[in-house]
Design a binder for this molecule. Sequence first.
Ligand code: FES
Length: 108
Amino acid sequence: MTDRFGDLAGSRYRVHLCFGPNCSERGSKQLWPKLEAAIADAGLTGEVELLATTCRNRCDYGPSLNVYPGPVFYNGIDAEAVHEIVQEHLGQGRVCQRWVFRPKLSRS
Ligand code: FES
């Protein structure tokens, strides 16, 4: 399977968790072990490639997490979101709508 960034190297999904400065300040680094544990608990180890990344350009909405193929952008995630995204998206292949990135409407 491939995504727009190339071969997934045998994994079904690739997950980017932002470790950029704004997402780190909002707790993304504390979510990393929770994400690893949720993936293991769901029996998905080896199915998911997990990468800590630089800024995903959605700093106002962090912590940011991207899932490939897609990409599907998730934002404002917390421990509950990590659990739901792993169960629904990575486990069952359904985009977890509750946490999908929705930009704020600007008024001009
Ligand atoms: S620091 Fe995470 S989106 Fe910019």
